[in-house]
Ligand binder design. Structure first.
Ligand code: NAI
Length: 469
């Protein structure tokens, strides 16, 4: 159903299918560029996975659980005494839901401000110029597919979102499980695993590979896993989960380890399936209009055009990292292309952040990638242990690792594990966009005392040496 009488009879320049970070940003930018635009969304709220069942709600729970941890772990050390800290899970979920509503309603306001028609319902592409939503047909010159992704399934694991959950159900658990088994040591498994661990669950992570967070810098992976172990999270590495058996009062997770090729089992109260996500294209009608896909992803050229003229695609549904900010960038870029301007996304400078405590953030190439490419590089490393602000805040675990070209000193990558890493990484993103050298960063005055001084010190370490290490 269209809001404010939008939809029927209107000839659009652009109809965006999907109101997540890719789709809603694209629609807003189209509105700003003077295009007549509608955004079709079926879940009843804008913001997609990110705002409704992903990034935003998980960050609310991460924040709340980190405060619990801070109170339990560090208050006494600072001379703060409080009555015993207790957790009211339903109240915490209420707080999280309030955060979601505030954010999704914010997008509705932005749609009105930018003259975007919000069409409620599931969209189906009827032709290159028509999108069907329920019993209405939207006529348009361009269609942008921004339908996102959904959790990938695993044979033998039947998700019910109560006892066997994906990230969606893990944000809705009514109480703290006694034992949580996480399948997959990727971003989702570790972020949500650490939320429930901090709230008191015993957490075991079963991971197929021998390393956690595939694709991260190897040194960060090892250090990160050590920190998580110290926080009480248990890891079974090199193990493939084969089945989750649902018994009356508990779950039995069956897995096989590569080393001994033996079958093992582990009991759980709740199992979190976090083995990746897959593009969501159900009911879109791609086959009928002949839009090509590859491994379930919509195939596009470098400028987000599918093989059907006038149909574009962005975000999780196409190739590349499944990250909200990557989708947003593509959303803005494709709007520019449709408006006849130039759209650009620098895929070499897309930061990745894992919102655990401490956070993990990275941008550019890893040391392993540079080695493989045969590139000569230098490393500037600085530990948070030597950063005054981090020490004062009991947040001195981790380090900054800056990688620069051995000859030109140009920054090639940065990998951070430590306090506020997800914010700190952006100074390197900006530096890389400007083709900066490590010396450029080292010569930039950084306020004292801040965590960001560790970034400068790592840059100094690429040259004549860090001052405080
Ligand atoms: P992931 O791809 O990051 O990690 C999945 C892990 O599961 C891998 O380490 C894989 O080896 C393991 N695995 C696969 N099959 C297995 C099996 N049978 N037994 C044991 N382990 C198995 O996927 P994840 O964490 O589900 O995240 C999905 C997507 O969502 C990712 O693209 C991620 O980047 C994105 N995301 C990003 C966030 C952020 O930027 N902070 C937060 C949440 C999700």
């Amino acid at each position: 159903m269209a809001e404010d009488g939008a939809g029927n009879g209107t000839e659009y320049d652009v109809v965006v299918i999907g109101g997540g970070p890719g789709g809603y940003v694209c629609a807003i930018r189209c509105g700003q560029l003077g295009l007549k635009v509608a955004c079709v969304e079926g879940r009843g709220a804008l913001g997609g996975t990110c705002l409704n069942v992903g990034c935003i709600p998980s960050k609310a729970l991460l924040h709340a659980s980190e405060l619990v941890h801070e109170a339990e772990g560090n208050f006494a050390k600072m001379g703060i005494t409080a009555k015993e800290v207790s957790v009211d899970v339903p109240k915490m979920l209420e707080y999280k839901d309030g955060v979601i509503t505030a954010n999704t309603q914010g997008i509705e306001f932005l749609f009105k401000k930018n003259k975007v028609d919000y069409v409620k319902g599931w969209g189906e592409i009827a032709s290159a110029t028509e999108v069907k939503v329920g019993d209405q047909t939207l006529k348009t010159k361009n269609i942008v597919i921004a339908t996102g992704s959904e959790p990938a399934s695993l044979p033998g694991v039947e998700v019910d979102e109560e006892r066997v959950v994906t990230s969606t159900g893990a944000l809705e658990l009514k109480s703290v499980p006694k034992k949580l088994v996480v399948i997959g040591a990727g971003v989702i498994g570790l972020e949500l695993g650490s939320v429930w661990a901090r709230l008191g669950a015993e957490v075991s992570v079963i991971e197929f590979l021998d390393v956690i967070t595939p694709g991260q810098d190897g040194e960060v992976q090892k250090h990160f896993q050590r920190i998580l172990k110290k926080q009480g999270i248990d890891f079974v590495m090199g193990a493939a989960v084969q089945k989750v058996e649902k018994l009356k009062t508990k779950l039995k997770v069956h897995y096989q380890t590569r080393k001994d090729e033996k079958d093992h089992e582990m009991d759980a109260d709740v199992v979190l399936l976090a083995t990746g996500r897959r593009p969501y294209t159900e009911g879109l009608g791609l086959d009928a209009v002949g839009v090509e896909t590859e491994k379930g992803m919509v195939k596009t050229d470098d400028h987000w055009r599918t093989n059907v003229a006038g149909i574009w695609a962005i975000g999780d549904v196409i190739a590349g990292p499944m990250l909200a900010h990557k989708a947003e960038d593509e959303g803005m870029a494709v709007a520019n292309e449709i408006a006849g301007q130039h759209g650009h996304v620098n895929y070499g400078v897309i930061p990745g952040v894992i919102y655990t405590a401490p956070e993990v953030a990275s941008v550019g190439q890893t040391e392993d990638e540079l080695k493989e490419a045969g590139r000569k590089y230098k490393i500037g490393k600085f530990p948070f242990m030597a950063n005054g602000r981090a020490k004062a805040n009991f947040a001195s675990e981790g380090f900054v690792k800056l990688l620069a070209d051995a000859e030109t000193d140009r920054i090639l990558g940065c990998h951070v594990i430590g306090p506020a890493a997800g914010d700190l990484i952006h100074e390197v993103c900006v530096a890389m966009e400007f083709g900066a050298s490590a010396e450029d960063l080292a010569m930039t005055c950084h306020a004292h005392p801040t965590f960001s001084e560790a970034m400068r010190e790592a840059a100094l370490a690429c040259g004549d040496g860090a001052i405080h290490a």
